[in-house]
Design a protein around this ligand. Structure first.
Ligand code: HEM
Length: 499
């Protein structure tokens, strides 16, 4: 039945009404922050404040940094499509959320996909109370004793890296080197697998690793959906990373677990823990610990450990290559340390004070996870106000914003390790430096990661120097295809022998 004399007018009318209804539906919350009296950024129809992210004009990290810079207040309201999100600025409030009132904010916001049980059951995505139980079970993978026990393995990897560098002087792709090293370290120390990332012309493990961390337009779109459009990601069964890489690693981890069970051996690593968990009937019943879920934690260690560690190593090398005076000072410290100590040990690594300062400064400028997120699971009133953060509200903590705020870090654009010479006042009255997060969900691998980065830098810088080339990007342009901070042209530099 026609509404008017022309079907063209009818269709236009119907379309307009549909768009209007959709507009009304998606904008229904857009006065949410106004009603609460919270400063907020004006949303655009349908997409909220996400325009720059979904059009890939800005990385998620830089979008959040811009939100941070939009005010001096303690928090900013924004909208992810129709959902209200509170972006925190105040270090005191951040401490309340991450630590003191963790029971109100114990889960993250990214999608735990129903169609990928391996990912959904990683520690990173697990929700309380399952998360708490799993965390308590896998934490022993990084006790001081375990880290100490890893030293002989790490020394071997360091030696292999040295041989590789000796064969590959000249042009160095620092991110590649960092990824080879980090993948080998995680493979051998967490899973007892010799991945041969350095000693084969083409290591199949390394090829898969590259695929796993190959952030292209397809994965960029999926990852955006995992953070902001859960319904779409579930409906289209999107994958966070390349599914072939996941399948390959799943096979590798399953075989490793099976072999360990058959041999009854001990590797002093995560696989031992998984084998023990499989025998724990109560745990298996409670967590439904079976099938693909068994490889979730190995996959988690791999996903959380490789990209982050390689990014810390490669961005440090990058800053050192464009700041030769800092590089020389660090090399001097390393050489003195090697002369004074017969061997590198877990304990004596603490002597490398300037190295620690350099790494902390790298993590300030290039936090591997550039923002933290929490989902409010219990109503919470912001202390000193009557503003209620309602159950279901997403909360963001923009690390780039905080790490580049001159209130906390004067001359934030300058690479200056000296700012970490005295850490006694850092995060004293609240949290503003958070490269590893904080509270009960703090990075599980923090000490392990710092140790690995230090060993890599000792091995590289004691013998070699890094120099910029005409292709070294200054400044770095960050790719929009990745939620993590990555240079869009890699980190090329020159590696030379250094006397
Ligand atoms: C320089 C290297 C690394 C950095 C900068 C880093 C950073 C982070 C950050 C920011 C978080 C989120 C914390 C929060 O939400 O409060 C996190 C979580 C996590 N990281 Fe790391 N990470 C690094 C290396 C590693 C390594 C080597 C492993 C293990 C092999 C690891 C395992 C984890 C796990 C399992 C979580 C989830 C913890 C939970 O939800 O209970 N990370 N990491």
């Amino acid at each position: 039945m026609l509404l008017s004399s022309s079907w063209l007018i009818d269709i236009s009318l119907l379309l307009s009404i549909t768009v209007y209804i959709l507009y009304k539906y998606f904008s229904r919350n857009y006065d949410y922050w106004k009603k609460k009296g919270v400063y907020y950024l004006k949303p655009k129809p349908f997409i909220g404040n996400l325009y720059d992210v979904i059009t890939f004009k800005k990385t998620m990290a830089h979008w959040q940094q811009d939100v941070y810079k939009s005010t001096d207040g303690p928090y900013v309201g924004v909208f992810v499509f129709h959902k209200p999100v509170l972006s925190l600025r105040s270090p005191e409030l951040i401490k309340e959320v991450l630590m003191k009132h963790f029971d109100h904010f114990s889960n993250r916001t990214a999608l735990a996909p129903e169609h990928n049980q391996i990912f959904a059951n990683t520690l990173f995505l697990l929700k309380n109370p399952e998360w708490k139980l799993m965390r308590s079970k896998v934490t022993p993978a990084f006790t001081s004793g375990k880290l100490r026990g890893m030293f002989p393995i790490l020394k071997n990897i360091g030696h292999e890296m040295n041989m590789y560098l000796n064969k590959n002087r000249g042009l160095l792709e620092a991110k590649d080197l960092g990824t080879k090293y980090a993948a080998e370290v995680i493979a051998r120390t967490a899973f007892g697998i010799n991945a041969r990332c350095f000693d084969e012309e083409k290591s199949s493990f390394y090829e898969i690793v590259s695929l796993f961390f190959d952030f292209n337009w397809k994965t960029a779109a999926s990852q955006t959906a995992f953070f902001f459009m859960h319904g779409v990601a579930n409906l289209l069964r999107l994958e966070f990373v390349d599914i072939n890489a996941v399948k390959y690693l799943k096979e590798v981890f399953s075989c490793t677990i099976e072999q360990r069970e058959k041999s009854n051996g001990k590797g002093n690593d995560l696989i031992d823990i998984i084998v023990e968990l499989k025998k724990d009937k109560e745990f298996c019943n409670r967590m439904k610990f079976e099938g693909e879920k068994i490889v979730s934690q190995p996959m988690q260690f791999f996903a959380a450990g490789v990209e982050t560690t390689s990014s810390a190593i490669s961005f440090t090398l990058y800053e050192l290559c464009i700041h030769p005076e800092i590089q020389n000072k660090l090399r001097e410290e390393i050489r003195n340390y090697l002369t004074e100590n017969k061997e590198i040990t877990y304990e004596n690594l603490t002597q490398l004070k300037y190295m620690e300062m350099c790494i902390l400064e790298t993590l300030r400028r290039y936090p591997a996870l550039p923002f933290l997120d929490r989902l409010c699971n219990k109503d919470f009133t912001i202390p000193g106000t009557d503003i209620l953060i309602e159950k279901g509200t997403l909360v963001y903590i923009p690390l780039l914003g905080l790490h580049f705020d001159e209130k906390y870090f004067p001359e934030p654009d300058k690479y200056n390790p000296e700012r970490f010479a005295d850490k006694s006042t850092l995060n004293k009255d609240g949290l503003y430096y958070l490269p590893f997060g904080e509270g009960p969900r703090i990075c599980l691998g923090e000490r392990f990661a710092m140790m690995n980065v230090k060993i890599a830098l000792i091995n590289i810088l004691s013998q070699f120097a890094v120099e910029p080339t005409s292709t070294t990007p200054v400044p770095i342009n960050f790719t929009k295809k990745s939620f993590a901070l990555r240079s869009d042209v890699g980190l090329p530099m020159r590696l030379v022998e250094c006397n």
